[in-house]
Design a protein around this ligand. Structure first.
Ligand SMILES: [Fe+2]
Ligand SMILES: [Fe+2]
Length: 226
């Protein structure tokens, strides 16, 4: 367990996030009857994170096509960082799966939350802007996961609490990898893009959300009312 605040551990990550997870979400996530959905959605998110990183490698391994003949050469840093990230996310997937198996939680189908798709809707469609926006969105997803693991850990049983805290270090690094790459690849300052996605992210966190998921907003239906 850690007594350290998230700001002490990851000051840049905390400064990057536009808000804290609302207490109503934590209250809902801490209910034992919601453990299945949290773990299943978490397992899905780890898989999706690994798959998104591999898609970036495949899409950009031979550089970024800017216009007709113009091309930004291959960014080896992107390929290495995404490869390591994909391996780590798959390892996390195996860890969640092991916990689910020990607890007899069946891996059922759970629809994705609105979170990532809300941000992806605002991504620009031309290169290299598309890649830069995708990386900034990746930084938000990683930063929010890290913040939620840290905030939720003390409300869970000892095994899960320890597991969630053990994920902080890699998720914190994934956040800074995505953000560094976005800054490296963009040929212009990215502050206005960060500000735009911050607004969308904050709205997704603080507005009412019908679905309860790992990255959902303020729960509309609490489990007693359901
Ligand atoms: Fe992960
Ligand atoms: Fe991650």
């Amino acid at each position: 367990m850690t007594d350290k605040s998230l700001a002490e551990m990851f000051p840049e990550l905390v400064a990057f996030l536009p808000c804290e997870t609302p207490d109503q979400w934590i209250e809902e996530a801490a209910k034992p009857e919601n453990l299945d959905i949290i773990l299943i959605d978490h397992a899905n998110n780890e898989l999706k994170a690994a798959s998104a990183a591999q898609s970036l490698i495949l899409r950009y391994k031979d550089g970024v096509k800017v216009t007709g003949q113009k091309r930004i050469p291959c960014n080896v840093d992107l390929l290495n960082k995404m490869s390591r990230l994909a391996r780590e996310e798959l390892r996390h997937f195996e860890q969640v799966l092991a916990i689910m198996t020990r607890r007899n939680i069946e891996y059922t189908t759970v629809k994705a939350s609105r979170y990532a798709s809300r941000m992806l809707k605002h991504a620009r469609t031309w290169e290299p802007a598309k890649l830069v926006d995708t990386l900034i969105i990746g930084a938000y997803i990683e930063a929010r996961s890290c913040e939620r693991f840290h905030k939720l850990a003390p409300h869970l049983d000892a095994e899960l609490g320890r597991f969630y805290l053990s994920l902080l270090k890699s998720e914190g690094r994934h956040f800074s990898d995505y953000l560094t790459l976005a800054q490296e690849i963009s040929d212009e300052p990215i502050e206005d893009r960060i500000a735009l996605f911050a607004e969308v992210e904050k709205e997704a966190m603080e507005s009412p959300d019908e679905e309860f998921r790992f990255h959902s907003g303020v729960p509309v239906k609490t489990s007693e009312a359901a």
